[in-house]
Design a binder for this molecule. Structure first.
Ligand code: ACO
Ligand code: LMR
Length: 264
């Protein structure tokens, strides 16, 4: 009989061998003809299934809301400095992307992990937050450099409003809001940030859509899919900042001496 040589790669999300590429079994022509959007493509390539419209719409809102946040944030700053050093698009983009992590934009997965664990174990916000403090861990998804209790992040509000209208359940988000109420009672900068809002709401999306088993949800949270939303979204803005600097023919950036405290 036929002997199948062992393969060195296993791939399950896309296939380009036929007449047209397929994403999770869906041919490109269907994607185009049936008017799929970016949220549908993310559903196919990341989650390997078609998700209901309210879920793909939510994904698209996350992408739009996180696409950019001005030139002063870590990622854009790095991209601008790199573009002004005469580097190419990819270098400028990845220079910005490399700042995404536990403090900036990359707290979504940890927010989902910690909120899920605390909610599923029935911890009160007080027990959860004080427990984290004892362990010396900042609550991921809480806190912002410029947003405050009396100057909330509009993005968080928009995501919450969409989910309250369209999601069957927002229990994880409501838990995150209770945590925020407690942290705000401690300090005015400890708001629920956009990472925390997306992390908690994605738990609601996964649990409420009926499209994922409990085991699949645990796997998604454990592997850490959700920072991908911020990485993908912010790439749009970082590419924009690169073009902006090149268009403006900005010279090499040098930080002013006056803004450095030289000390021994
Ligand atoms: N949980 C508990 N305590 C916190 C948290 C938190 N998430 N954030 C700040 N604090 C406390 C700090 O411990 C600090 O107290 P201390 O000086 O006694 O230690 C106090 O609040 C002030 O902290 P700062 O360092 O001045 O806060 P800063 O403005 O630098 O931090 C940051 C902002 C980095 C976002 C911070 O709140 C944090 O680490 N949050 C968790 C990570 C996170 O969610 N990042 C995503 C932000 S949204 C985005 O990037 C798109
Ligand atoms: C962002 O989305 O980049 C911001 O929330 C971060 C910031 O420091 O403003």
């Amino acid at each position: 009989g036929k002997v199948r040589a062992p393969t060195h790669i296993i791939s399950t999300i896309s296939d380009d061998r036929g007449e047209e590429p397929c994403y999770a079994g869906v041919p490109m022509s269907s994607i185009v003809e049936q008017g799929y959007g970016v949220g549908d493509v993310i559903s196919l390539l990341w989650f390997k299934r078609s998700l209901p419209r309210y879920c793909t719409h939510f994904i698209e809102i996350c992408i739009m809301l996180c696409a950019d946040h001005g030139p002063c944030v870590s990622g854009a700053h790095n991209t601008i400095v790199t573009a002004r050093a005469g580097k190419d698009l990819v270098s400028s983009l990845v220079s910005g992307l490399l700042t995404i992590g536990p403090r900036f934009g990359g707290a979504i997965d940890d927010a989902a992990r910690y909120f899920k664990d605390a909610y599923d174990r029935g911890l009160t916000p007080y027990e959860f937050v004080e427990g984290m403090k004892k362990k010396g861990i900042r609550v991921p998804g809480i806190g912002h450099r410029i947003k405050r209790g009396d100057n909330r992040d509009k993005r968080v509000e928009l995501l919450q409003r969409f989910a309250r209208t369209h999601f069957p359940s927002v229990k994880y988000m409501e838990y995150a809001v209770q945590v925020e109420t407690y942290t705000l009672s401690k300090a005015n900068n400890l708001v629920l940030n956009v990472d925390g809002a997306i992390g908690s709401l994605f738990l609601d999306l996964l649990a409420g859509s009926g499209m994922f088993s409990k085991q699949e949800i645990d796997e998604i949270v454990e592997i850490g899919y959700l920072n991908g939303l911020f990485v993908l979204a912010r790439s749009i803005g970082l590419i924009g900042h690169t073009f902006d600097q090149k268009r403006l023919k900005q010279p090499l950036y040098r930080h002013p001496w006056e803004d450095v405290l030289y000390t021994k």
